[in-house]
Ligand binder design. Structure first.
Ligand code: UTP
Length: 464
């Protein structure tokens, strides 16, 4: 097998790895050759050519604000949103929806030694991110009497611990067979200067996950899209493991997507400050697109319109709705998703502790599919209701800010239900409060569910 692999490597200009394979004795050479054989070498050659040997630092041009389905401010807007919720609820009742949780990331910034979904986030319960999402999926199934299949995208690195964790907790009460993990792809990392494929050990390639955009190819490889078609599911909502405020299969978002006849929709929230490091929805050369924070020219971050509002205010939550047929076109490569290269420090046998980024890793981003869709929708939701991600160990978007957001949302729901929540400095709830999605998924769900003598005088956990 090694001889054929060596020829293939030489055909795409990977002479260094070919020489390594030639020089290794059989057992390690076979192990390495097997790994090389699992790569899409034509894709690797293209990525090295486009992103390493002749990189083009393209900044988006022709940037204008995105068209967004804004939060309602009047009766007509509220009526439109009600229609959207009804459309989403109908699709759920008809069993036309599946949800996919993106959980393949490495969680580098959080620095947690397990899959991010195992991070305890409940301010009172200590429930993990996985449990919160599972509770939301279960509550939605019961509410609409639907199957709502739940898929979790994992990576080679975190698939086994993720499955062990979910199984070890009895899938948090969800029925076996209704929760499926599938593994995203891996791509080789290459030398930053030469584009040579790198190894992390003499007989092992240095691989890294292919980004959340790998979802499409991974769904295709796992034959999930075909299954969905057979089950009559035409709408897939995807969300991120690190945002416990997100409601899986949010009927309002799904309905807005369906009523817009959109192939891919994205959920946006208002940026808090111009400097907040969020990607924003924009129109780039006439196409809707998500522009990463670092790609937005500096002077545009704070650009304001005549009313003094931020022009690029629509921050991305990483939550999307997809038409199954569109996802299938992406999965088959009929509509190809671009890749991005990022500099990284990757230890190799030749340089076990690189002082500077020595490698380029390749990733595809899910949001890059937006400009490829024939019809899209960007739908604004209330930030305090839907978005508080756990990205960093401390500071903004950390466990502390996320827990505070959970408490404040719970307190607000209680306020709306007529319960007095004692407030301290700055109006924050004096006590930690947490409402499990199995108890309520919004303030209206609390109607008639709260004990008449409920007093908030200490930590409070409402769970159903
Ligand atoms: P992030 O881009 O925030 O990455 O992922 P991350 O891995 O969680 O954290 P850092 O950047 O290493 O600190 C956003 C979402 O996309 C998923 C993550 O699990 C998260 O839900 N993701 C990211 C994948 O599923 N696969 C990837 O390759 C990357």
């Amino acid at each position: 097998m090694s001889d054929a692999i060596i020829r293939d490597l030489e055909d795409i200009g990977q002479h260094r790895l070919a020489d390594v394979l030639r020089g290794l004795p059989p057992p390690p050479a076979d192990r390495l050759a097997m790994q090389v054989a699992s790569l899409d070498l034509r894709l690797v050659a293209r990525l090295v050519d486009e992103l390493v040997r002749t990189p083009v630092a393209a900044h988006p041009s022709g940037l204008t604000p995105a068209e967004v389905d804004r939060l309602p401010v009047d009766g007509a807007g509220r009526a439109r949103r009600r229609l959207a919720v009804e459309a989403g609820e109908q699709a759920l009742r008809e069993g036309r929806v599946a949800v996919v949780l993106l959980a393949g990331g490495q969680g580098t910034r959080l620095g947690f030694d397990h899959p991010k979904g195992m991070f305890p986030i409940g301010p009172v319960s200590n429930a993990t991110l996985f449990e919160v999402h599972a509770a939301g999926v279960g509550a939605t199934r019961r509410r609409y009497g639907c199957d709502l299949p739940w898929y979790l995208m994992t990576s080679d690195a975190n698939d086994a611990p993720t499955r062990q964790f979910l199984d070890g907790h009895g899938l948090f009460g969800l029925s076996p067979g209704s929760v499926t993990t599938f593994i995203q792809g891996m791509l080789p990392t290459v030398d930053r200067g030469t584009g040579d494929i790198l190894r992390e050990a003499p007989d092992r390639l240095a691989l890294s996950p292919d980004g959340h955009g790998g979802i499409f190819r991974a769904l295709g490889r796992a034959a999930i899209l075909g299954d969905l078609e057979e089950r009559g599911i035409d709408t897939i909502m995807t969300f991120q493991v690190d945002n416990p405020l997100m409601r899986p299969a949010d009927p309002g978002f799904i309905g807005a997507h369906l009523l817009a006849h959109s192939e891919m929709s994205t959920l946006v929230v208002s940026k808090v400050t111009p400097e907040e490091r969020m990607g924003v929805m924009a129109t780039v050369d006439g196409r809707p697109a998500l522009v990463e924070y670092s790609d937005l020219p500096g002077d545009l971050h704070g650009a304001r319109d005549d009313c003094g509002d931020l022009v690029f205010w629509a921050g991305s939550t990483g939550v999307h709705c997809l038409d199954r047929a569109f996802a299938t076109r992406l999965a088959t490569g009929q509509v190809p998703l671009p890749f991005h290269g990022a500099g990284k420090r990757v230890p190799t046998p030749e340089d076990p502790a690189p002082a500077h980024p020595n490698a380029v890793t390749f990733e595809a981003f899910m949001f890059d599919a937006l400009p490829l869709a024939e019809r899209t929708a960007a739908v604004e939701m209330e930030r305090a209701e839907r978005f508080a991600p756990v990205k960093n160990a401390e500071g903004p978007d950390s466990p502390a800010t996320c827990r505070a957001a959970i408490v404040e949302r719970s307190a607000r729901w209680l306020d709306q239900a007529g319960i007095c929540v004692p407030r301290g400095a700055g109006g924050a709830s004096q006590h930690p409060i947490e409402i499990d999605p199995r108890f309520a998924q919004g303030a209206p769900d609390l109607d008639g569910r709260l004990p008449a003598d409920l007093v908030v005088d200490g930590p409070l956990l409402l769970r159903g």
